[in-house]
Write a protein that binds this ligand. Sequence first.
Ligand SMILES: [Zn+2]
Length: 456
Amino acid sequence: MFRAIGLLTIAIALFLGGVSAMADAGDFQVGVGKVVITPKKNMWMAGYASRTQPSDGKVHDLYAKALAIKDSEGNISVLVGSDVIGLPREMSQQVGETIEKKHGIPRERLMLTASHTHTGPAFRDNLRTMYKMDDGQWALVEEYSKELPLLLVEAIDKAIADLEPCKLYWGVGEAGFAKNRRKYTIGGVTNDYNPIGPVDHDVPVLKAVREDGSVKALSFGYACHNTTLGFYKFTGDYAGFAQEYLEKDFDGATAIFSAGCGGDQNPLPRRSLELAEKYGHELADAVKSVANSEMEEMKGPIKAQYREIDLPLSEPPTREELVEQTKSDNRYIQARAEALLPKFDEKGGLDTTYPYPIQIWDFTSGHRILALGGEAVVDYSLLFKHYLGEEKLWVIAYANDVMAYIPSLRVLREGGYEGAESMIYYGMYGPWAPQVESMIVGTVHDMVGKELDESP
Ligand SMILES: [Zn+2]
């Protein structure tokens, strides 16, 4: 009898041992990698058509930073933040292929994000019709566009080599400097402060903590254009300052910013270094107060999905219409038509859809990161929080490819810069088709396994 109880005790102990090993299975290993990506030479800067000369030095360095998370199933997922306007499709693909070959990490586990700073370098294949630069300047842009993917890979390599046991925590703070920039006037929507327009002031924060209790990483986001500054010095703008302040406050931590759905949001007022620093402090303080408070512990494994959907554009122009546009006295329309004509002739027409990337990481604890491509307007983060619950959802935009603005149906119908005009600078022949919002929302619902009519 006693012997039987003894064996039973051993059996229970073994069973409990197994259970506790399973309970630990939610824990992670986390690594970070940080690489300076400031161009070595002065070159053309991204985001504004009005610039007339290349950069003139820097205020501080620009960085690519990677956060590698290895879960209990041995899968490594990597989130990359970069102080640039947005990574074009070709560059993200190149980085994705290299990382898959080198580390066996599939594309769905690599999330490439950007801060959308407008005081960073210009790229090939992004806003090409916007810039008026000579061949010498284009050569520098080409050179940098070849360098940057290698630097992104270097940051990811470093993060993977740096993996150590960590706990991950989730929380959401708030910062109020993002303002809706679509003002309704009799003449249509203009780029100005709209006090009644929608905003999203959430500051999602993911914190990685080492076994000794020190903070290893703070990954955070905010839905606002990173456009306080428009001058000729390289900076990460408010997001660059926020990352700098957090890395000072949390010694040994890496702070990584990813822009949210701020397509129609600006930091207002703007245009001074003091304001960029002020917003940087505001954002860093929001992250800090979350990081210093009680946060929810996250559990793995992480389920990752990546899809590209054929997002439709409106009716394409005829060849004759394109030829007519090459004679336009609007130099941007003219430049766009000149870029599109050879494409038209090569294929006998223009592509009427664009492969739009949507990526989702689901943690077993219910926390979810949704990463959308393009300059998604704020309606998308508000919509998805409404549909999928705001407590455990972080919506990132400008992820994996920044091909154009992504208007909601409302913004598309209202027109203005984000709904229509910006397509000229992105070299797209016309506005998106009206089903863009329903396709994106429908795809996300499909990916998370939820019927649209179950929402909210
Ligand atoms: Zn933008």
